[in-house]
Design a binder for this molecule. Structure first.
Ligand code: SF4
Length: 351
């Protein structure tokens, strides 16, 4: 193990963040092994999402579905509903697919190598390396945004991202020890999340300060450099929120493929530059003065929301009425929940 890795592990032994899916360095020393199910679940949830946002979801999921065999038998709609708000909904669909492969084809045991893990649905190179390292102590190099930032600063790399990815990965690989690689992977992430933070690195508390080139040269806060991002286009759309006299709401489950795939939502138009109105049922639609603004990875969205109270016999040609007792706004993805929040104000004003 390099002196750098050893220094960082010593720091981690004193400063490791507590997370509900983690085994502390002290427990690990006592022989406690991480549960691969919990590591896998946390890593899938953490793709594109912060630890703070994930923690509550993780606790609910593991209470409802404490192991992979139970999750594999879960109802799709229940899992999608619990995932609502975490975003990137393809992850939830792949989560279920993966749980079913592990339960049905692998006897409930996750593969313990990066290659084996990569064969699972929804597990890409990063997630496979993270699970192999954290759950099975394989000497894999795990490179997330935190690790890229720390490596760029430690070695004073000025090549902008994403071009610098390979170089930063190789630098991270050269430091990965074969002893305690799981703790080491979590240690670099913790260093990036708590000390070597994007805006104000606390170099005075950093175990790597004596050898950090970015700190010595005063360039750390400017690193890593990034190619300027292309501006995102804006798309527009209409959503229609219909409420029946008995409180039932008109909803539709979105097709599995595509954005918000498999999630519940309000029926409406396509999202494009100039969408056509697409009411799902005959009604006296009232357009709300406020619009929903939401940003996806590749575009901004402006949704015009229309609401209507419809009679008992209304026959929609899109979506179906969900009884009030069954409809949980928390099952909606964030963009649809924003629309519901606007509509709820309107319905309450109409009372
Ligand atoms: S010394 Fe400062 S810039 Fe260098 S790795 Fe530590 S926190 Fe980051």
């Amino acid at each position: 193990m390099t002196a750098r890795a050893a220094t960082l592990l010593q720091w981690y032994d004193r400063n490791a963040r507590e997370m509900p899916w983690r085994v502390s360095p002290a427990d690990r020393l006592d022989g406690v092994r991480p549960d691969p199910y919990r590591v896998w679940l946390s890593e899938v949830m953490l793709q594109q999402t912060t630890v703070a946002a994930v923690t509550g979801y993780f606790q609910r999921f593991t209470t409802l579905w404490p192991d992979v065999m139970v999750l594999a038998r879960a109802d799709d709609a229940a899992v999608m509903g619990e995932w609502a708000g975490l975003g990137y909904y393809a992850r939830a669909r792949n989560l279920l697919k993966c749980a079913r492969v592990v339960a049905d084809d692998l006897g409930g045991c996750f593969p313990d190598t990066r290659e084996g893990l990569m064969a699972l649905p929804g597990v890409g190179p990063y997630t496979a390396a993270a699970i192999a390292s954290i759950a099975f102590d394989r000497p894999e190099t795990v490179v997330d945004g935190n690790v890229e930032r720390v490596m760029a600063r430690l070695h004073d790399i000025h090549t902008p991202l994403p071009k610098a990815k390979v170089e930063l990965t190789n630098l991270a690989k050269a430091l990965t020890p074969s002893n305690r690689p799981g703790d080491y992977a979590q240690a670099v992430m913790d260093l990036g999340a708590t000390i070597c933070t994007p805006r104000n690195p606390a170099c005075g508390f950093c175990p790597w300060r004596p050898e950090c080139e970015g700190c010595a040269k005063g360039t750390a806060t400017d690193l890593p450099r990034r190619e300027p991002k292309k501006p995102k286009p804006t798309r527009h759309g209409y959503v229609y929120i219909a409420r029946r006299g008995d409180g039932a709401m008109l909803l539709e489950r979105r097709p599995d493929n595509g954005l918000l795939g498999g999630m519940l939502g309000w029926p409406g138009s396509d999202w494009e530059e100039q969408p056509q109105p697409a009411p799902p049922v005959r009604a006296d639609w009232k357009e709300l003065p406020a619009q929903v603004l939401h940003t996806f990875t590749h575009f901004h969205l402006r949704l015009t929301v229309l609401v209507a109270d419809v009679p008992a016999g209304a026959e929609p040609w899109a979506g179906e009425f969900l009884p009030r007792a069954t409809f949980r706004p928390s099952d909606l993805p964030t963009v649809m929940r924003k629309a519901f929040d606007l509509a709820r104000d309107q319905f309450e004003n109409d009372r």
